[in-house]
Ligand binder design. Sequence first.
Ligand code: AFP
Length: 334
Amino acid sequence: MKAISLSRYLIEEQRAKGKIPADLRLLVEVVARACKSISVAVNKGALGGVLGNVGTVNVQGEAQKKLDVLSNEILLEANEWGGHLAAIASEEMDDPHPIPHRYPKGEYLLVFDPLDGSSNIDVNVAVGTIFSVLRCPDGVTEPEPEHFLQPGTRQVAAGYCIYGPSTILVLTVGDGTVVFTLDRELGSFMLTQDSVRIPEDTQEFAINASNARHWDAPVKRYVDECLAGKTGPRGKDFNMRWVASMVADVHRILTRGGIFMYPVDAKCRDKGGRLRLMYEANPMAFIIEQAGGAATTGHQRIMDVQPLGLHQRISVILGSKHEVERVALYFREN
Ligand code: AFP
């Protein structure tokens, strides 16, 4: 199959299938172009003078990397003039960024983690950009934080760009999950996988095992059974991976199956979890579900959660359908 470009894919989704309006096509193309710029900055590494910390902390209370701030600025500058957005929210900003009055507004809300996994940048491990697109409620011209608080089922598009050995854009507009690889000579994202299907079973789990003593019983039961391998109730051996960059862990699972868990535990319960609902859990859940996988908090489907705050954290268990369902069963039996 001759690879087609992102632009052609989006035009075909818009024209042939009526799946996306022109403004949403423009939005995805603008975000993809911004990701190309971020990829250039990330790939320069130490030569770009952008490694290390800024010396500030974000709304999460986390030290901001220079690339966190730069990636955020690239995404803001790329998106504020196009006329497709009503407002923008980011992990790196306390409140939504309004579209400057000198530019027209559109009907979409864009939420993103501009550079997820940024604690891995200085050690040259894959990082990525995660984004989610919602509709701005009708009649709202000056969106407030509460206008972003829509469940994940209301997303009209979601994606991530992983800056790894190759730069790969993974996207869903609700018509399956598709994968584009950046052709640096052309400067275009080219379609390299047109309908991702996550294997429903797996032998690979991803969790930060250093938190084991804090886990709730259902998580401990699931992981202990994986560790028991052939001799245990699962009757097969498991492998473990933990990159500590959600984009990298999710991309591996999207590619070959697996289960990713960052559950609420005794250590992070007071914060509601480790990962953020609006710009990490929801977009990844949309992508995973569109590829035949599942995504739960342990108690409910992630995309059904009614957000209570823009930077709300949530328990995340996602990946191969049968494994996620097993963990959810253990929560019900608990
Ligand atoms: P950073 O962006 O601060 O590196 O956090 C990355 C992340 O939000 C997510 O990408 C990882 O899955 C998770 O945190 C790793 O958390 P631990 O460092 O506690 O394993």
